[in-house]
Design a protein around this ligand. Structure first.
Ligand code: HEM
Length: 403
């Protein structure tokens, strides 16, 4: 029974500052837990894998944001209505197959030189500052990568980015406040309007770019509605920047904390870069949790679920499950890189941008290895509370630049 489950202390800032000891205790002693709102939480690898594979657990639709206080007519509500993450079954497969044509590992490779050059430039520019705050400055790298990937001009990218700056990620997290709701609604109203204008521009003057190709797909029978097209574009843009910059920041942080691991990467960058990136992704997942709901009454993880019951998987649980990872709290870049973590989720909604994110993160790791020496943190980063995309407040570093 849910009442008997231990409660995840989501109202406690100390939990967010370092959730791993609490997650470990709950995972080992109780297997599962429950959020303060009463949503069952999955913590072990095998249970997480099962939930994403079983067809009776689907993604939540509009009820997910209704539970967070959004109403029909709110810009975020209307955006969610067409979002790929809120679709299931045939609608979802149709949207995914369209995006998948563009988001292949091969097309992700074209951003590699962009990332390498930008990280190198950032490192050169801020060397010797004594306080280069990665958290503040790294966002430009995934931002310019996704712009290059989507083939929109730097000006258009800057405009979308400025409109998105208001932020929205926390609107999908636990404990959504009115302030978070207002911010998210303003952001989505501005973004949808701007992308709508971009679509009109491309209709008038088609270009050889992703948006024009998506418009062609829309006009090719009614496979993609105007709303779906605008939202799909923003899904890709918004899914790409905050998550990737979170993991990039963690990469700097963990290399600064584990100089032996960075030295190891320097000794064999080509052999170890994949392992280094997979380890940062496992150790510091960019996403806090991944939600589902049931289509029928069922059992999983020793729990009974009613029809239409929401359930959440706390990604830090499976990522540090000792049944899957030897000594899971050790940061070790020599782990087998083919043993993927839960960071990009699994199943039908498995992250569409994982190949792009991995390419960006690998180039960032190679740039750090090649262009820094004596990398260290100059102040302790603190993890923010009640987020959906994990972020620290700051990550100031010092290093010597190697040309
Ligand atoms: C390290 C960076 C990233 C992390 C940690 C991450 C994580 C995730 C996770 C956990 C999901 C599943 C969400 C759920 O339904 O529970 C997801 C889905 C998605 N991601 Fe990513 N992501 C990253 C980068 C990217 C990038 C670069 C893009 C765009 C190119 C992207 C686009 C998407 C899209 C469109 C979906 C929705 C897929 C669907 O519902 O079928 N992500 N991501």
């Amino acid at each position: 029974m849910a009442e008997a489950l231990p409660v995840l202390p989501l109202d406690d800032d100390d939990y967010w500052a370092d959730p791993y000891p609490i997650l470990a205790e709950l995972r080992e002693d109780h297997r599962t837990a429950v959020t303060p709102e009463g949503i069952k939480a999955i913590l072990r690898w095998d249970d997480a894998e099962e939930i994403k594979k079983r067809p009776e657990f689907i993604n939540e639709g509009l009820e997910y944001i209704e539970a967070r206080g959004f109403k029909p007519g709110d810009p975020l509500y209307e955006w969610r209505r067409y979002s790929i993450g809120a679709q299931n079954g045939e609608d979802h497969r149709r949207l995914r197959s369209l995006v998948n044509r563009a988001l292949t590992p091969k097309s992700a490779d074209k951003v590699r030189p962009v990332v390498r050059q930008h990280v190198r430039d950032l490192l050169e520019r801020h060397a010797g500052d004594g306080g280069f705050d990665v958290r503040q400055h790294i966002r430009i790298v995934p931002f310019l990568s996704i712009a290059a990937f989507l083939e929109i001009s730097p000006d258009e990218a800057a405009e979308v980015g400025a409109k998105m700056k208001g932020g929205s990620g926390d609107a999908f997290g636990p404990n959504v406040t009115q302030e978070i709701r207002d911010k998210a609604n303003d952001t989505f109203a501005a973004v949808m309007e701007f992308v709508g204008e971009l679509v009109e521009d491309r209709r008038r003057e088609p270009r050889d770019d992703l948006l024009t190709r998506l418009i062609a797909a829309e006009e090719d029978g009614d496979r993609l509605s105007r709303e779906e097209l605008i939202v799909l574009f923003t899904n890709i843009f918004s899914g790409a920047v905050e998550t990737t910059s979170s993991v990039m920041t963690s990469m700097f942080m963990e290399f600064a904390r584990h100089p032996d691991q960075l030295e190891l990467l320097r000794s064999a960058p080509d052999d170890l870069v994949r392992g280094a990136v997979e380890e940062v992704l496992r150790y510091r997942p960019g996403f806090y949790a991944s939600g589902n709901k049931t289509t029928q009454a069922t059992e999983l993880a020793g729990l009974h679920f009613e029809t239409d019951e929401p359930v959440t998987t706390i990604i830090g649980g499976p990522n540090r499950d000792p049944r899957r990872y030897d000594d899971p709290n050790r940061f070790d870049i020599t782990r087998d890189p083919t043993l993927w973590s839960f960071t990009f989720s699994m199943g039908p909604h498995f992250c569409l941008g994982q190949a792009l994110a991995r390419a960006e993160l690998q180039e960032t790791a190679l740039a750090i290895a090649a262009h820094t020496r004596n990398l260290e943190l100059t102040a302790e980063p603190r993890w923010l509370s009640r987020v959906m995309v994990n972020h620290v407040d700051q990550c100031p570093i010092r290093y010597e630049f190697v040309p």
